[in-house]
Design a protein around this ligand. Structure first.
Ligand code: HEC
Length: 135
């Protein structure tokens, strides 16, 4: 009887340990049958047509004063910024407008023909100085 138990107990222990080790392999997804398998969700599908719509940016474009040279000012002074840069200035003395237009050309690289630049300067000097600015 004792001899039988001495075989049976180690045998049962061996089976228990074996089952526990096997259970370890099964839990998780890195068992010997599924090496390196990491489960991830499928990434969301991207839009295929790439069509997006954006509403117009709400920017205020002020009316410039009526007068000769207005069209040129509107054409040449709106390449980089709106005419708001003109109207948001305080009334500037005539020589300051001259310097301002020349700064746009020389410093910031505005490409404005010389004759047109002169027309723009006269226009600004006739409508945007402390003596004549109306609004
Ligand atoms: C090549 C681009 C360009 C063109 C064209 C241009 N500007 Fe500018 N303007 C600038 C830049 C750059 C500034 C400085 C912007 C800032 O500081 O935020 C500026 C600023 C100004 C300012 C604000 C005062 C200052 O000196 O910073 C006024 C006024 C102005 N511009 C008037 C004009 C007028 C008038 C014309 C047409 C003759 C004109 N700009 C054309 C680039 C340009």
């Amino acid at each position: 009887m004792r001899k039988r138990l001495s075989v049976l107990i180690p045998g049962l222990i061996l089976i228990a340990v074996g089952t526990a080790v096997f259970a370890q392999f099964q839990s998780g997804s890195y068992g010997s049958t599924q090496t390196n398998s990491i489960e991830q969700t499928v990434p969301p599908q991207l839009a295929q047509d790439g069509n997006f719509s954006v509403a117009p940016f709400p920017s205020f474009v002020p009316e410039l004063a009526e007068g000769e040279g207005r069209a040129e000012t509107q054409d040449f002074c709106t390449t980089c910024h709106s005419t708001r840069y003109i109207t948001m200035q305080p009334p500037l003395p005539a020589p300051t407008w001259d310097a301002e237009v020349n700064k746009m050309i020389k410093t910031f690289g505005a490409s404005i023909p010389e004759a047109t630049a002169k027309e723009i300067i006269s226009y600004l000097q006739e409508h945007y100085t402390p003596e004549n600015r109306k609004h």
